[in-house]
Design a protein around this ligand. Sequence first.
Ligand code: ATP
Length: 311
Amino acid sequence: MVERSVTVTVPAKINLHLGVGPVRADGYHDLATVFHAVDMCDTVTASETTGSAVGVKIEVEGEGAQFVPKDSKNLMAVAAELLARHHGISPNVTVHVHKKIPVAGGMAGGSADAAGALIACDSLWQTHTPKIELDSLATQLGSDVPFALHGGTSMGTSRGEVLTPVISTGEFHWVIAFNEGGLSTPRVYAECDRLRELSHHKVTAPFVPEALLYALRAGDPVTLAHELSNDLQAAAISLKPTVQRVLETGVELGALAGIVSGSGPTCVFLTRDASHALDVAARLSGAGVCRTVRTARGPVPGARVTHSTSN
Ligand code: ATP
């Protein structure tokens, strides 16, 4: 019998700018990115179960569930174990996720679920972990996890885990094209390095363009459209050439601009407003160039408790 449960909603991210610098001594790349959380959310529920101890049990349903590990490798299990260890607790919890974020799609779905599990378990166990400790645990779980906790729009530096909030006005409306299959993030970075080496590209320290920050402050989608950029885009297209056709089609059908999201292969298109997004989404869906089309708006908050039951 389920005794208590806590449900957390956690958003996907888009990188409005993803500047990839040189490889560091630790093998990571230095990044200068702008994260933007959109209302395409996974729902994570942590439940305490009575009876014999189960440790951390994982359940996955929804978008791409068949591609997600259900054992201790699932990032929600890693997060729950880490939080339990931090507080000296023996976990006895079932963590369930209903996925809407595409798996291996460049929208940080696994990181979102890890952030969701941290917040859900912290509330379920009433451990009241201070924000600064949650941030530190999130950083240990992965570069994108701190942003999934915070949401909104933020600049990310170092591996992406050092966050500085960015002023942004109003809402931006997006069309999101899910493509067939996923891309492994390490493979996309390796391909980016390979393409740079081939072209003798001199890699310099990455930075976020001032014009992008201005467009966000002004809440102006037309200016923002000119500033969207992703240094991993060429690598994602090299590994999955069909992505190029999706990007071209979205723009032909009226989007202000389109880019690959993070390491891809998901493509995101900026539109003028909610009704323009619906119009572009319907046309893109009809064009049959991608697997699924959704609309989303941003920025939205990060992981937050949306429901809890006690007995
Ligand atoms: P990144 O954060 O590197 O951009 P991504 O968004 O491209 O990643 P994810 O959806 O996070 O990709 O999945 C990457 C891999 O992580 C998957 O192939 C899967 O094996 C593993 N994984 C572990 N836990 C989860 C989870 N809860 N949800 C999705 N994938 C998970």
